[in-house]
Design a protein around this ligand. Structure first.
Ligand code: ACM
Length: 632
């Protein structure tokens, strides 16, 4: 309300510079924000003061570069600058409220101050400051026409969770070191602090391991296929295996440092014992069947029967083979040296036991160790791997399947098959990271399959925004936080990766940082639209899917009825059944539609006022009938 009054009064009084300001749109929403009258206008010579700390060098450079590039002003940094107009300082006595990552930001008509207990807080304060500046701050060339001002404001802010992650699968598709760095840069701007790097899978081993050269000579390469991953043709011997790549250990160090400069921890994942075909293609002796399939690294062809949980190719490491533990010791030793983060992710998901069930070695292991079933075999493996990880001074985290057959004593659980695994692990007093596919899988489609590239499930923006990492009845002290996952089976390039990530990662950022009571869907949508304008300037792709309606097909006594639902609530939907392209002069949707008898196509488009917002969508009536279960 205060904001509206301020805006109205300034517009009426004709103070142009204030009216020019876009509404404050900070993502994730801060804990406490009070907007005051007035603005601070940046002078053409800007001096920044900050503590003389090496941990802050990147933060200062980052702010200086952004300001210099976009404003064209002279921007200097120093540690004792009486004339500074942007002052970053660390509290001498810690402020108990804001913790290690929080900050306070104060903008008055004469200066900008950011204070924090720790360097991370100052970094986040700077991100907020950049979001308060006009959108052109994202420009890489100086924008002369812009009035560079910040609204007077007072913010106290700190995160709800200490684990705010995004997972990036670079195995199904390879993404270059620079693409990975850009991704980390982008996530840090929205106060994510955990980059989960899915480095190995059936389609590629992406990290150099000294002493195991075939992992990257063989395991990092497959056949480039184009189409729908999972249904690609079987690679033939004459097709070149030249698609893929890997990160050298120098690359890894560079990425880890780049992330550290942005206060992002890097969690490496080596997905074992399943999803290990790339390693097995390199070292067949690691599987119980000794690489009998001789299949090679998968290229997106069908290698599993998902419905029956049957492996068509042996992609499991063999828990009965001591050489597997020697192999993993080598890998984990190097991971522990390369990644400073406390945890190593050991995968554990979707280990189909088809080949273990046929293995004499597994039968002998079960007898020797008294293991009753395949889940206990996997649990035996998990516990052995935990010992290796802990011997290197690290902690284990794994997908929630590691609960089956008995959780390793200290393992943290990443709950992805809904919240059930996380709830169970928290009850067992284990640490949990929540990432249920129903809220957190950003590889799922963002609206109807009729417009989106096909994936087996959908997850709309508003559903992501409803995510709460702490399920009812669970002791929140075991929930470290949450993350969204970006699997790349159906994401073949970096532009599409951006499309799938944004704006849903805006929603997840707010789920993980902001107090629950500060979340508000309608104001979130308004903010997202402001950030779209910033992305337009930076040329980062995002999905416009939130403007497209959801189609609900109903069978009303054999009669098809079509309901349309908009997640952005101030949109109107216009439609046609006569094959022409609707606009706002067409019928407006107000209630469920019954298609005319011979109609073949429903076309729809959404508008806000007289502005088209959504895409022109053509939905065959036949398709709606099929979904409603109507035969004819
Ligand atoms: C997973 O999605 N298989 C963890």
């Amino acid at each position: 309300m205060k904001k509206i009054v301020l805006l109205l009064s300034c517009c009426l009084s004709g103070i142009y510079s204030i009216c020019q300001n876009a509404p404050v749109a900070i993502i994730p929403e801060p804990v406490q924000l009070v907007q005051n009258a007035g603005t601070f206008v940046l002078p053409a010579t800007i001096s920044i003061e900050l503590p003389n700390l090496s941990a802050l060098k990147q933060t200062a450079d980052f702010l200086q570069q952004r300001l210099t590039k976009a404003t064209g002003y002279a921007v200097s940094i120093g540690s004792n600058v009486p004339t500074a107009i942007i002052k970053l300082s660390l509290n001498k006595t810690p402020n108990q409220v804001i913790g290690n990552e929080g900050y306070q930001l104060n903008v008055t008509t004469s200066d900008i101050t950011i204070t924090a207990n720790q360097p991370a807080g100052l970094f986040y304060g700077v991100q907020t400051l950049l979001q308060l500046l006009p959108k052109e701050i994202e420009s890489n060339v100086a924008m002369q026409q812009v009035q560079w001002q910040v609204p007077c404001i007072s913010i106290t802010d700190y995160p709800r969770f200490g684990w705010r992650g995004l997972m990036f699968d670079v195995s199904r598709r390879f993404f270059t070191k620079n693409e990975v760095k850009d991704f980390i840069d982008q996530m840090a701007r929205y106060k994510y602090n955990l980059f989960h790097w899915h480095l190995t899978d059936d389609e590629g081993w992406r990290i150099e391991i000294k002493g195991l050269p075939k992992l990257t000579e063989i395991g990092a390469w497959n056949v480039k296929k184009v189409g729908y991953f999972g249904t690609f043709s079987q690679p033939t011997p004459d097709e070149p295996r030249n698609y893929g790549g890997f990160y050298t250990q120098d690359d890894i160090k560079e990425v880890v440092q780049y992330a550290k400069d942005r206060f992002v921890n890097v969690l490496p994942e080596i997905d074992v014992p399943g999803h290990s075909l790339a390693a097995i293609a390199a070292y067949p002796e690691l599987s119980c069947s000794n690489g009998i399939d001789n299949h090679g690294v998968a290229s997106g062809e069908k290698i599993k029967e998902w419905a029956t949980r049957t492996a068509l190719v042996d992609d499991n490491l063999c828990p009965a083979n001591e050489n597997v533990y020697i192999f993993l010791d080598k890998v984990i030793t190097q991971l522990a040296q390369l990644f400073p983060f406390d945890y190593i992710h050991i995968g554990g998901d979707e280990t189909f036991k088809t080949y273990w069930e046929k293995s004499d070695a597994i039968k002998a292991l079960m007898k020797k160790e008294g293991l009753k079933n395949m889940e206990e075999v996997q649990s035996y493996f998990g516990k052995r791997v935990e010992k290796i990880v802990e011997a290197k001074g690290k902690k284990v985290i794994g997908w929630d399947e590691i609960l089956e057959g008995g959780l390793a004593p200290n393992a943290a659980v990443m709950s992805w098959r809904g919240e059930k695994g996380g709830i169970e692990a928290a009850k067992l007093k284990h640490e949990v990271v929540m990432t249920p596919s129903s809220f957190a899988y950003l590889d799922f489609m963002q609206s109807d399959v009729i417009t989106e590239p096909r994936v087996y499930s959908a997850l709309r923006l508003n559903k992501v925004y409803q995510f709460d990492p702490v399920p009812p009845g669970v002791d929140s002290k075991y929930i470290k936080g949450g993350q969204a996952n970006i699997w790349t089976e159906q994401i073949a390039n970096i532009r599409h990766l951006q499309y799938m990530t944004w704006p849903r990662a805006f929603a997840m950022a707010e789920d993980l940082w902001s107090p629950k009571e500060k979340k508000n869907w309608n104001s979130f949508v308004t903010k997202v639209e402001q950030h779209f304008k910033r992305y337009d300037i930076r040329e980062i792709k995002y999905a416009p899917s939130m403007y497209d309606p959801e189609f609900i097909a109903k069978n009303n006594n054999g009669q098809l009825q079509i309901e349309l639902k908009n997640e952005v609530t101030d949109l109107d939907t216009y439609y046609s059944f006569d094959n022409s392209f609707p606009d706002r002069f067409y019928p407006k949707y107000t209630a469920a539609l019954t298609p005319p008898k011979d109609a073949v196509m429903l076309k729809v488009i959404t508008y806000r006022g007289n502005q088209p917002m959504g895409r022109m969508i053509a939905m065959p009536v036949e398709e709606m009938k099929k979904r409603a279960g109507i035969k004819k």
